[in-house]
Structure formats: structure tokens, C-alpha cells
Write a protein that binds this ligand. Structure first.
Ligand code: KG4
Ligand code: ZN
Length: 347
């Protein structure tokens, strides 16, 4: 299994190109258009699509050079086919199809969210026979029971409203932090007291808990933070920004970990793999480490550079497709902006 796999990621603002051979990451290059969005307070899909188009060839060239390989050495091409923004996805998938066609090699249109989990194998080695995956990013928070990362994923639950990263970005705005708020809020929270203000945690009791055992909801929490700030402002009181950040972060991270650990216990899994942009969060990482030390649960989180969007995650998933003998995607597939987690590859 030493075929060279090319992975292409363009679902949002990052143009990622990576090369993997036999589970080894040979190159991983990323270009981003994020700096352009700070002044808009969010990603502009049209700008992102154009940026991907401009960055794609230079990023590919840089990855080939970093790996010391030629394009003709590539045995299979994988690209994110969803979920994500339609224009950016089309740029990456079209490029991947064109390369695969020109090379006479198979093309795999794969699932971005699954890629966020798959990338961990490049760092921490093969996954166990079954495990729980928690994918937390700007647009998604999902709990999955994974028996085979290429072929067998069961969705246990996910966010009913805002994803964890999205909630952080929105509360970041309330606290006057630059976009995207997630990393800034993480830093601010380190200066605060997480116990000073206790914000509500949803879906933890009664009928809601029973119906939404593995689901998350963060929009009520976000509203509670907004009300809290409004109340302080109305009374002319000072806003304890760091304490608010810490209390809010504790509520989000606590909810994420509580249900992930429950999913491990109830599904007889001794391993939890966490991925996605939000898994860069320092409190989530600390809590996961503490849980591992306390209960013996094996918690795997990739290093921060592989948490946010990158090509390595897609090359890793492409490699899994190839080594599991999964049939490639037909060349006439479309992108799917709302691709469900169970569908690891688009046909
Ligand atoms: O996975 P990702 O790069 O893109 C998506 O697929 O959405 O995730 C980006 C999200 C953003 O919402 C960003 O604010 C959040 O991840 N994020 C963080 C941290 N670093 C990135 N959220 C909390 N703490 C962080 N340290
Ligand atoms: Zn992502």
C-alpha cells in the first residue's frame, strides 16, 4: 500500500494540498483567504471561490516540491466534495477531477467532516476497531460511532443549532473580539474565572435529554451571554469580558466532553478521537487530557495545525479509501454542500 495519494481541501477559506504515502505525510501546504474577512465579520463565499482559483496551482506546486515528487507519481486524487460552501467546493472538485483525468488515475470525492477525524491517523497511527469520533468545527459538531473510517460511520448526534466554533465566533463578536472569534476567545478565557458566571447548559435533563441524548445546542447559551452583557450595560456596570469568555467556554466544552464520554461508555469504546477547528481549543484539550488521566479513556486529538482545515485530512481519508478497496467516485458527481456524515464518499 505505498501508492502516493494527493489530497485537496477547498470547502471554506483554506486551499489545502497534501501528499500521503503509506500513512506518511510527505507534504501539507495551505493558503488562506481568512485575512480578507476580518472586516466583514464572516467569510464571503464569492471571494473565497476566487481565492481558491488563484491559489490552487501554486499550492499544488509547493506541495509537490515539498514532497520531492512529480505529479505523474500520484496514484489517486481525493478532494472534499462536501459539506462546505458550494463555490469553493466546486473549485477543488473540478481541479481534482481534471488532474485525475489527465493522469488516468482514480478520483475520490470525500467527506470533509470525516477527514477531520481521519487526519489523526497520520499522527497517532491506526485507529482501533471501533471508536467514537467527535468532529467540532465552525459549521459542525457531531458525535459518530466509527467502525471503519472509510466505510462504516454511524451518526449518534450533533448540534441542533449553532456549531461550537460558530457559537464561539458569535460570542466573540459580543465581546468585541476580531473574527474569527474562536481562538481569541480561547485566549481571553485563560485570564478569566470559569466559575464566576454560570451559564446554562442545554439538553441535560428531562424530556430534552431523553430525546436528544447525543445532541448539542449552543444557541440558548449564546443568547444567555447576550442577555447577561445587555443587563450589565443597562445597569452601567463594567463587563467582565474574561470571566464571561471563561464561563461560556466552560459550558460549551463541558457539554461537548460530557456527551462524548457518555457515547464511549454506552458504545463500549475505549477511544475518543476529536478533530475539527474547534479541537484547537485549549480548554477542550486540557479537559480531554484530564479525562484520559482520570478514567483511562484513550483520547486522541491531532496537533493544532491539523485541527483547522488542511489538505492532510483529505489525503488521509483518500488513503483510507484506497487501502479499503473502496470504488472511486464517478467523474460526473456534483458537490454536496450538506453531505451527511454517514456518506464518506460521494457517488
Ligand atoms: O474546521 P475549521 O477550520 O473550519 C470548518 O470546517 O468550519 O473550523 C473553524 C472554526 C472557527 O469557528 C474558529 O473560530 C474555531 O474553529 N476555532 C476555535 C479555536 N481555533 C479555531 N474555537 C475555539 N478555540 C480555538 N482555539
Ligand atoms: Zn473543517
Amino acid at each position: 500500500m505505498n501508492e502516493l495519494i494527493l489530497g485537496i481541501e477547498t470547502s471554506c477559506d483554506e486551499t489545502g494540498v497534501a501528499l500521503v504515502r503509506d500513512g506518511e505525510l510527505l507534504a501539507d501546504v495551505t493558503a488562506t483567504s481568512m485575512e480578507e474577512y476580518a472586516r466583514y465579520g464572516g467569510i464571503i463565499p464569492e471571494i473565497a471561490s476566487r481565492a481558491h482559483l488563484e491559489s490552487f496551482v501554486p499550492t499544488l506546486d509547493a506541495a509537490l516540491e515539498q514532497a520531492g515528487v512529480a505529479l505523474s507519481d500520484v496514484a489517486a486524487v481525493a478532494a472534499t466534495a462536501g459539506p462546505g460552501l458550494v463555490g469553493p467546493l466546486i473549485v477543488g472538485v473540478s481541479a481534482a477531477k481534471a488532474l485525475a483525468l489527465a493522469l488516468g488515475k482514480p478520483f475520490y470525492g470525500v467527506n470533509h467532516i470525516v477527514g477531520h477525524i481521519a487526519v489523526d491517523q497520520l499522527v497517532h497511527g491506526d485507529f482501533p476497531e471501533k471508536f467514537i469520533g467527535l468532529a467540532v468545527s465552525g459549521g459542525h459538531s457531531h458525535l459518530m460511532l466509527i467502525r471503519n473510517i472509510a466505510t462504516d460511520i454511524e451518526e449518534l448526534g450533533g448540534t441542533l443549532d449553532d456549531a461550537a466554533g460558530e457559537a464561539f465566533d458569535k460570542v466573540g463578536r459580543l465581546l468585541d473580539l476580531p473574527y474569527p472569534g474562536g481562538p481569541h476567545l480561547d485566549r481571553l478565557a485563560r485570564e478569566g474565572d470559569a466559575q464566576a458566571i454560570r451559564f446554562p447548559r442545554a439538553l441535560r435533563s428531562g424530556k430534552n435529554k431523553a430525546e436528544h441524548k447525543y445532541d448539542y445546542s449552543f444557541s440558548g447559551l449564546k443568547t444567555a451571554v447576550a442577555r447577561h452583557i445587555e443587563g450589565l450595560q443597562a445597569r452601567g456596570e463594567e463587563i467582565p469580558r474574561a470571566d464571561i469568555a471563561a464561563g461560556f467556554q466552560e459550558a460549551v466544552v463541558g457539554a461537548l466532553m460530557e456527551k462524548a464520554i457518555m457515547a464511549c461508555h454506552e458504545n463500549d469504546c475505549d477511544t475518543l478521537v476529536i478533530g475539527g477547528g474547534f479541537s484547537a481549543n485549549s480548554r477542550l484539550r486540557a479537559l480531554a487530557e484530564a479525562e484520559a488521566a482520570r478514567s483511562g479513556l484513550k483520547v486522541r486529538i491531532p496537533p493544532i495545525r491539523y485541527c483547522t482545515d488542511n489538505g492532510a485530512m483529505i489525503a488521509a481519508l483518500g488513503w483510507e479509501m484506497v487501502r479499503n478497496g473502496v470504488a472511486p467516485s464517478p467523474f460526473d458527481i456534483s458537490v454536496n454542500t450538506a453531505l451527511p456524515r454517514e456518506i464518506t464518499i460521494v457517488r
